[in-house]
Design a protein around this ligand. Sequence first.
Ligand SMILES: Cc1cc2nc3c(=O)[nH]c(=O)nc-3n(C[C@H](O)[C@H](O)[C@H](O)COP(=O)(O)O)c2cc1C
Length: 201
Amino acid sequence: MVDKSDIFFGDDPFQIVKRWFKEAVKTEINDPDAIALSTVDTSGMPNVRMVLLREIEAASFVFYTNYGSVKSKEILSNQLAAFVWHSKTLRRQIRVRGHIEKENGLAADQYYQSRSLKSRIGAWASIQSQPLSSKSHLMDQVEFFEEKYGNSPSRPPFWGGWRVKPLEIEFWADGQARLHDRFRWSRQTLEHTWDIQRLNP
Ligand SMILES: Cc1cc2nc3c(=O)[nH]c(=O)nc-3n(C[C@H](O)[C@H](O)[C@H](O)COP(=O)(O)O)c2cc1C
């Protein structure tokens, strides 16, 4: 095992991510779980946008979105994605690259139902990433779905989770005089064990 000081300590990178997020919950002013999600379109042009990382599980990271959105179309085109998390307060960064697959089962239902009624209706009303003629048209759509589904909308079939299964996770922490600490966990396939390497800053 590579020599690793306390914040990098552990044999399971998902546990390290969880620990860092837990610390960030206490220090960030909002959205401590916000990540910049990167995808690539069919021409090879990269794309990036923020999403909220809602679940960190034993072997994957899950966020939720509209399956018709640009990001989802790009994900579907090659089933690969990357994301970066940054905490300004902790001065730390986590980078993740890997495979990505749909989470549109029970976990997505449960997460959808845990959201506020307004958010649940909003998911029905927004044709995410498509042009919108006016805000008032969107509000009409909201009203339409409020009337249609009342207090108990079910999860739209076009809305759910994406599960990132990493091949690479890099932990970065700010060091003095820009001599930062970096540890990269990588594996050839999801079935392989992790290799850990300290990297130059
Ligand atoms: C802090 C923050 C968190 C966001 N979280 C989500 C999210 O969890 N899911 C989502 O679909 N969009 C989220 N958004 C909006 C996305 O950044 C983006 O505008 C939207 O998903 C459409 O992206 P696309 O057209 O590339 O698919 C968030 C934006 C910000 C600034």
